[in-house]
Design a protein around this ligand. Sequence first.
Ligand code: HAM
Length: 410
Amino acid sequence: MSSTIQSLRGMKDIVGNDSKLFIYFIENASRIAQKYGFSYIETPLLEETALFKRSVGESSDIVNKEMYQFIDKGQNDVCLRPEGTAGVVRYFVEKKLDRAGGVYKWYYYGAMFRYERPQKGRLREFHQFGCEVFGISSVYEDANIIMLIKEILDFFGIGFTLKLNSLGCPNCMPQYKENLVKNISSFKEKLCEDCNKRLITNPIRVLDCKVEACQKLLINSPKITNSLCISCNSDFTKLKEILDFNNISYEVDSNLVRGLDYYNKTAFEFVSNEIGSQSAIAGGGRYDRLVEFLGGKNSPGIGFAIGIERLLELVVMKESKEDFVYIGVLDESSLNKAFELSIKKRKTTKTHFEYNPRGFAKHFGIAEKLGCNIVALLGENELKNKTIFVKNIDTKEEKNINIEDFLNEK
Ligand code: HAM
């Protein structure tokens, strides 16, 4: 016998209760996003590698270490998308919507791929639900996006902490970076190897280093929130006011820099303390220069993505009371009639049809394994009397009822 094949490390089948939860989440998150004016977009899983280099950024871990990148049969340098924003921006620019002007709002969900070290809450293939908005620079939209995520998390009864920061703009960020590098230069040898690399590629990434010793050394480093220009400062203050006014709690975390290079101004993360070290369940922010990075005309953008696997660890599905009817036959001669009945019953009720004639006990056993709560069986006697045997698995009640009544029963 040849050896069996297993799924790849960090990749999971979504099936059974997980797939029920998955659909439940997608349906409700989509409904909420639509309420905020978003429509669905699906972009390809495979894109040109350059798309992510120019957006997520060459200094990011995602592009540097984690891409599923290869040369395809046509000699194109391609990779499986590590995130959803870049593809949506590519579409926006490709269709010249940046030149058309106006507001565009899309939501998406699907698989993302990052070649990370798998652990609890960190997969190599995972799923995101995300939203992207183009054409609105008002900070009110930043608040709207935060409210949308909160509404989704509230719907599923998930507790969270909202961490908020402003990453400034091309007027204030370069000066801040310079000050930061200058400040760190006196103790940079004591920082970890990754921090030293980041000091050269993108110094602010040093701030969210997970190594405790580095964090201790950086405690007195300059804070971006103290270095914002007038416009960024006023936007950040206004955003905090709107959130306060709408009773949305947040913590300002000036070390929150995000792992993708395209952000400016508002950056945020929703974290949960119930799912272990990979605690970010959603993240996002403004990316007003990303359209330009991808060759388009300057257009503001903002968005977020929720990590579906992380979120589903926290979701308890509301109890569904929906009936699941099992229809089976006691003998071969009842098969045609029972099949016809199952077609009719399926119009109103979730139905499983069992083709093999069996005795009562066998049918009950199969029905229970399938999760059916009603078992309806047809045999010669029932056919003669135009009735059907019905058992409620939960209450154990058994009865023979008229076929028409069975079909009308909800
Ligand atoms: P991100 O923070 O890289 O942002 O990912 C968003 C969420 O995806 C994370 O908060 C986390 O829940 C989940 N996630 C990330 N990596 C993994 C993994 N390896 N395994 C399981 N879950 C994971 C983005 O991707 C941006 N595109 C978000 C965005 C949209 N910003 C603006 N628009």
